[in-house]
Design a protein around this ligand. Structure first.
Ligand code: HPA
Ligand code: ZN
Length: 325
């Protein structure tokens, strides 16, 4: 089949989990080096294997258990950015969780972060891709664990760490339980995003907006079930980090045809496009664009405009944005 969209189209990806972007081969290699048996997380074809979203989170954490040192993260960042650059990504923001980088200890986090930043700089020089980090607490680990994570974020805000967010199981705890962590990050000058409306419905998006006051929402697609909320997103300029292939793979929507991304756009909500955890959802950004073009008739001009919006909504400074235009 001929391509509808040039695969080399320069792309901006705002919603990418660092550990979730690790290929199965990379994780298998680390497991082998360390003598860890995580064979249960792989399918016969070598890809990640899980039953549903909650099992996905377990498999994700098992895969992440192979990442045990700053050096492992340095290698991870290089491998991930090589894949993202191949997908035409010129600028990416990645969620990175101190929970998986020293367990929330600030001293350990600084060491991991140093390795991550070094690798990002190397990738910038050799592959021409820019990476920024969004420190992310994990909802199902609970609000008490989120506090040291927010402090890690606040202490290391800088050229690389530009934002703070929350991921994980949206059905656990309430956004108000994380208000302290978000206030701490906001006061430090970090930009804010929150996963909501992937599994928790439109009300979960409302609650995240009311209690965490983020400028972007991770997913947010279930807002479509509440048109007053959709209008609020559009009017307030809240940007959605939409990951259609992730939603379809995990069964939030049965197909791209049923996915609300086109309807959200029609109602003037600012949407951006990302892969979330590409090897877990067996997707690439090139594949996402191609499927969206086929499903909704979106053209290269649509994707250029979506990428321009994504760059506007990026958490990096204006000089970095100008260098990418
Ligand atoms: N949703 C919520 N939490 C996550 C995800 C996701 O898609 N990926 C990694 N953590
Ligand atoms: Zn996500």
């Amino acid at each position: 089949m001929s391509e509808l969209i040039d695969p080399a189209l320069p792309k901006v990806e705002l919603h990418l989990h660092l550990e979730g972007a690790a290929s199965p081969a990379f994780i298998r290699g680390l497991a082998k080096e360390k003598g860890l048996d995580i064979s249960g997380i792989f399918a016969e074809d070598g890809g990640y294997d899980y039953r549903d979203f909650w099992h996905f989170l377990e498999v994700y954490e098992a895969a992440t258990s192979t990442l045990q040192s700053p050096e492992d993260f340095r290698r991870l960042v290089l491998a991930v950015l090589e894949d993202r650059a191949e997908d035409g990504v010129i600028y990416a923001e990645t969620f990175v969780s101190p929970d998986f980088c020293g367990g929330g200890d600030l001293g350990a986090w600084r060491e991991y972060l140093h390795a991550i930043e070094e690798a990002a700089e190397q990738a910038q020089n050799t592959m021409g891709i820019t990476l920024k980090g969004v420190v992310t607490c994990i909802r199902h680990f609970g609000p008490e664990k989120a506090r040291p994570i927010a402090l890690c974020a606040a202490e290391t805000k800088g050229d690389f760490i530009t934002g703070f967010g929350i991921a994980g199981d949206e059905k656990m705890h309430h956004p108000k339980d994380f208000a302290w962590a978000f206030d701490c990050a906001r006061e430090a000058g970090l930009r804010l995003t929150a996963h909501a409306g992937e599994w928790g419905g439109a009300q979960s998006v409302r609650d995240a907006l009311d209690h965490l006051r983020p400028e972007r929402i991770g997913h947010g697609v279930q807002a479509i079930d509440d048109l007053a909320l959709v209008d609020r997103l559009a009017e307030d300029g809240i940007v959605l980090e939409v990951c259609p292939g992730s939603n379809v793979f995990l069964g939030v929507y049965p197909s791209f045809r049923d996915h609300p991304v086109d309807r959200l756009r029609e109602r003037e909500v600012k949407i951006t496009l990302s892969t979330d955890d590409p090897p877990f959802f067996r997707t690439t950004l090139v594949q996402e664009y191609e499927t969206l073009a086929r499903t909704f008739g979106w053209t290269e001009a649509d994707f250029r405009s979506i990428n321009a919006d994504a760059l506007k909504a990026a958490f990096c400074d204006e000089a970095t944005k100008r260098s990418l235009l």
